[in-house]
Design a binder for this molecule. Structure first.
Ligand SMILES: Cc1cc2nc3c(=O)[nH]c(=O)nc-3n(C[C@H](O)[C@H](O)[C@H](O)COP(=O)(O)OP(=O)(O)OC[C@H]3O[C@@H](n4cnc5c(N)ncnc54)[C@H](O)[C@@H]3O)c2cc1C
Length: 291
């Protein structure tokens, strides 16, 4: 197996264009498991760890954050946790400290598993994935259009993920995950919520309860129409939101849980995360923390 080690982003793109069959490796926390268990035997590995740009993040002129695909979960939590609280909360649930030191959102996107923990917050916040190829240039893909099927994404064979773009939180954000224990667990299912008070809008993301991570669009539309932002949370609105979130899922029975349990759990997590976010919003705590 060839092992390619580009030193720059341009070299990495050139290598991928020249040999689309080589597989990128960043933290290796998915890739090495697949190699060790012989799930995959690629013709070559394209090690991205020397490409410095991938491990950088920046505040862009439009106010959004551009976070390199190679920024680890640990750095995301410590350096960006205040601005990306939903993603940071999800990141804290990923694996163990060792996995969070090596693993990246870029790798989570590359794997495109429906159970990946970064996907629901990326969806709830309207994140955009920046991908690039030597021949085709840059493509900006909204997270909602990135996931195409089980472990399949919109990434072309000659493309690499450069970064993801996300606005700093404009309101409370939460993530919830059901697993068989508290740590080192693949999600049975998960749910993310992001309040956008300025737009009177709520974003959602469902994980591990459909062939791809997905938004609960009808539930979002329901809240856009029915949520009274000046009042206490109406229990009837909360209940209906949970039902609609659950209806957006299309889970399967597998070793981690049944479809029926997942549907139930999505409704519970949707109600719970909305309640947490609403309480934070109404208490003014978010504004004090952000300001
Ligand atoms: C013990 C253990 C526990 C885990 N727990 C969790 C968990 O709780 N939640 C969770 O979501 N995941 C978990 N994982 C899976 C894994 O840690 C995550 O998916 C992580 O985000 C992968 O990031 P990485 O940088 O290590 O990716 P890698 O393993 O390097 O790559 C993963 C995939 O992405 C591709 N890729 C990487 N970088 C790029 C790029 N720049 N452009 C295009 N493709 C790219 C690779 O080719 C590969 O297909 C766990 C793994 C282990 C071993």
């Amino acid at each position: 197996m060839d092992f390619l080690r580009p030193a720059t982003w341009a070299e990495a793109l050139a290598a991928k264009a020249d040999r689309p069959e080589v597989v990128p490796i960043q933290g290796g926390t998915d890739m090495m498991v697949e190699l060790n268990f012989d799930v995959r035997r690629p013709a070559g590995l394209l090690d991205l760890n020397r490409v410095a740009e991938l491990s950088e993040w920046s505040s862009e002129p439009d106010g959004r954050l551009r976070v390199g695909a190679g920024v680890s979960y640990a750095r995301l939590i410590s350096e960006l946790g205040d601005r990306l609280p939903g993603l940071a909360q999800a990141s804290r649930t990923v694996g163990s400290p060792q996995i969070r030191n090596r693993g990246t959102v870029g790798g989570n996107l590359g794997a495109a598993s429906p159970a990946g923990d970064s996907h629901p917050p990326l969806l709830a916040t309207g994140a955009v994935v920046e991908v690039e190829s030597a021949g085709g240039g840059v493509r900006m893909i909204p997270a909602a259009e990135f996931y195409l099927g089980v472990k399949r994404s919109a990434l072309e064979p000659d493309e690499l993920i450069r970064a993801f773009w996300m606005s700093p939180a404009s309101g409370p954000q939460y993530f919830s995950k059901v697993g068989t224990r508290n740590a080192m667990v693949i999600a049975v299912c998960s749910f993310a919520i992001a309040l956008h008070p300025g737009e009177r809008r709520v974003g959602t993301g469902i994980g591990s309860a459909a062939p791809t991570p997905r938004r609960a669009v009808a539930a979002e539309e329901f809240l856009a129409a029915e949520l009274d932002w000046e009042a206490r949370l109406d229990p009837a609105v909360l209940g209906r939101f949970g039902e609609l979130a659950s209806e957006a899922a299309s889970p399967i029975d597998d070793v981690r849980g049944t479809a029926e349990y997942r549907r139930h759990a999505i409704a519970v997590m949707a109600r719970r995360t909305l309640t947490w976010a609403w309480n934070e919003f109404r208490s003014g705590h978010f504004e004090r923390r952000a300001g």
